[in-house]
Design a binder for this molecule. Structure first.
Ligand code: KIV
Length: 267
C-alpha cells in the first residue's frame, strides 16, 4: 500500500499494477477542482481535452487548442496535487511528426504536466518513442479515440468485430513496447479490455470498458452531474447542477428582496 501523502510519480503509478491496487483517475481542468480531487485521494488528474465540451461548450474536441490545454494544465499544476498530472495532447498537436510531438509535449511538461496522453496506436509509435527518448512519460489511449470520431463514424463502441479486437491488442502491445507507462482503454467490450489488461505489464485504465482494467477514469463533470448528456457508461455521484442552481437562485432572491448584503457583509 502506497502512503496517502506520497507524491504519485510515474513509477509509483506503474507499481500499483504489481501491487494489485486499483488506480483512480479523474479529469480536472482548474485549480479548485484539482484541489478537491486531490484531497479526495485520486491517484491521477487528467487535464483531458474533454474540457472542450464540458467546460468550453464545444461540440467535440477538434477545436481545443494546445494553448488552451496548456493554460488548464497550469491551472491544475497550481493546486500542487499529490496526484500525477497527465496533460492531454489535443487534436493535430502530435500526429504530423515526432518533431511536432516533441515540441508540443515539451510545452505541456513545461506548463506543469508530469505526463502526456496521446490518442492512437501503431500509427503514432514513432512519436511515442521520441517522447519517451526525451524523458517524457507517455500515456496511451486506444479504443474509442474521440479525436478521430469522424473516421470512426461517431462515438461508438470499439472491439466488437474480430479485426477491431486484433488491432486493439496489436496497438496495446506496440504502445507498451514503445515505452508508454499506461494505456487508457475507452469504450471497448469489457472482454477485450480484460485481454489487453492481462497481456500487458503496464496498467490499463478503463473508461466505459468494464471492470477488468487496472484502474478507472471518469470525466469530473459527468461524475458531479454538471453535464447535460453524460455518456451511458458514466456514473453520477452528485447533482452539483441542482445545488449550484439552488444557491444562485437564493442569492438572486436575497438581492431582489434586500436581504443580501447583510450587516456582516459591509462596513
Ligand atoms: O479527454 C478526456 O477526458 C479523456 C478521458 C475520457 C479519458 O481523454
Amino acid at each position: 500500500m502506497l502512503f496517502l501523502d506520497e507524491k504519485i510519480t510515474m513509477r509509483k503509478f506503474i507499481k500499483k499494477k504489481e501491487l494489485k491496487e486499483k488506480i483512480v483517475m479523474i479529469t480536472a481542468y482548474d485549480t479548485p477542482f484539482a484541489r478537491i480531487a486531490d484531497k479526495a485521494g485520486v491517484d491521477s488528474i487528467l487535464v483531458g481535452d474533454s474540457l472542450a465540451m464540458v467546460v468550453l461548450g464545444m461540440e467535440n474536441t477538434i477545436n481545443v487548442s494546445l494553448r488552451t490545454m496548456i493554460d488548464h494544465v497550469k491551472a491544475v499544476a497550481r493546486a500542487k496535487p499529490r496526484a500525477l498530472i497527465v496533460g492531454d495532447m489535443p487534436f493535430m498537436s502530435y500526429e504530423v511528426s515526432s518533431k511536432q510531438a516533441l515540441k508540443n509535449a515539451s510545452l505541456m511538461i513545461k506548463g506543469g504536466a508530469e505526463a502526456v496522453k496521446l490518442e492512437g496506436g501503431e500509427e503514432i509509435i514513432e512519436q511515442v518513442k521520441s517522447l519517451v527518448r526525451a524523458g517524457i512519460p507517455v500515456m496511451g489511449h486506444i479504443g474509442l479515440t474521440p479525436q478521430r470520431f469522424l473516421r470512426l463514424g461517431g462515438y461508438r463502441m470499439i472491439g466488437k468485430k474480430p479485426f477491431e479486437e486484433e488491432q486493439l491488442l496489436r496497438d496495446a502491445e506496440a504502445l507498451q513496447e514503445a515505452g508508454v507507462f499506461s494505456i487508457v482503454v475507452e469504450y471497448t467490450l469489457s472482454e477485450v479490455a480484460r485481454k489487453i489488461t492481462e497481456k500487458l505489464s503496464i496498467p490499463t485504465i478503463c473508461i466505459g470498458s468494464g471492470p477488468y482494467c487496472d484502474g478507472q477514469v471518469l470525466v469530473l463533470h459527468d461524475l458531479l452531474g454538471l453535464t447535460e448528456k453524460p455518456p451511458s457508461f458514466a456514473k453520477k455521484y452528485a447533482d452539483l447542477s441542482k445545488i449550484a442552481e439552488e444557491a444562485i437562485s437564493k442569492y438572486a432572491s436575497e438581492v431582489r428582496n434586500g436581504i443580501f448584503p447583510g450587516k456582516e457583509h459591509y462596513t
